[in-house]
Structure formats: structure tokens, C-alpha cells
Design a protein around this ligand. Structure first.
Ligand SMILES: [Fe+2]
Ligand SMILES: [Fe+2]
Length: 166
């Protein structure tokens, strides 16, 4: 089997602008970026295995954020959760087609699209969530909100939780 991806670079690598200063979120996001890059560059024989690991990681990643939003009664949480669900659905469908039709190009193409999607999602929805969780002093280890209040001043939850700076 030829490896045509040897010279390629991943679409997304970790950088400081992805840091949200929330340790649990940042650690998971780092792992996601690494796993996504590994999948994007995986040789054909390992592509589906790597993509399966990425999906399992993403289920935990999204599940964690969904739980935080629920625990903290985060206003735009429904929209954020819907986006997580939609992305997981697309990933599972691409895996299914990769497994049944051996349509690896679909999985390969999706990894590139996921890199672009994640960069945007992290800097919008996840950024607003991290800011809110910090403001309300949410502890992800215990699920306790120590200082319940509204969204931080200057930030309102725009449509689907995308920040609108006033
Ligand atoms: Fe995230
Ligand atoms: Fe998210």
C-alpha cells in the first residue's frame, strides 16, 4: 500500500489562540487536535482505526461540555449541544460508509473539514462557554457552580452562542 500522505501537514495544529484557560477543556482540545491530525495523515490501512478512536474521544469531549452546560444552566447550551450532536452524526455516518463501502476518501475529506470546523467552534462556542464557566466559578470535578450569575459583562449570547461583543 502506498502512503501518499507522507509529505502532508495537518490542516490544524495546536496553537496559543486555541487556549481557553480552562485546564480540563484545553487538555481535551489538545488531544482532539492531535488525534484529528493523526487521522488526517494516517495511511489508508490505519485510517478507519484512527477515525474510530477520534469518534470515541469526541463522544467524551462533547459529552463533558454538554454536562457542564447542563450543570451551570448555560443559556445558549441547547444550540451548542445541537452542534455537537450534528457533528457526531456526520462522523458516525462517514465511519459507517468507510466501513461498508470502503469509501475512505469521504473520511479523509471529513477530517480536513473537521479541522476547519473545530478551529471555528473552539474560538466561538467553546470560548464563550469557558468564559461563562470561569465567571460562575464552575468546578468541572464536582459539577458545582460557586457563583451563579448571568453571562459576563460585554458579552451576550448571540445566535447559537456565538459571542457578540457590545
Ligand atoms: Fe470543545
Ligand atoms: Fe463545544
Amino acid at each position: 500500500m502506498t502512503d501518499t500522505t507522507l509529505e502532508r501537514q495537518p490542516t490544524l495544529t495546536w496553537s496559543d489562540d486555541l487556549v481557553m484557560n480552562m485546564d480540563t477543556m484545553d487538555a481535551t482540545h489538545r488531544e482532539f487536535v492531535d488525534l484529528l491530525a493523526a487521522t488526517e495523515l494516517a495511511p489508508e490501512a490505519q485510517l478507519l482505526q484512527s477515525f474510530t478512536e477520534l469518534i470515541a474521544h469526541t463522544e467524551t469531549h462533547f459529552g463533558g461540555e454538554n454536562q457542564w452546560m447542563q450543570d451551570s444552566a448555560f443559556g445558549p447550551g441547547g444550540c451548542h449541544t445541537d452542534e455537537h450532536d450534528m457533528i457526531l452524526k456526520v462522523m458516525r455516518e462517514a465511519l459507517r460508509r468507510g466501513q461498508t463501502d470502503n469509501n475512505l476518501s469521504l473520511v479523509r475529506q471529513l477530517t480536513t473539514e473537521l479541522a476547519i470546523w473545530f478551529d471555528n467552534h473552539a474560538k466561538s462556542m467553546d470560548a464563550v462557554l469557558a468564559m461563562y464557566l470561569k465567571e460562575v466559578q464552575y468546578d468541572p470535578a464536582t459539577g458545582i457552580v460557586h457563583k451563579p450569575q448571568q453571562l459576563p459583562e460585554g458579552i451576550t449570547a448571540g445566535e447559537c452562542g456565538v459571542p457578540e461583543v457590545q
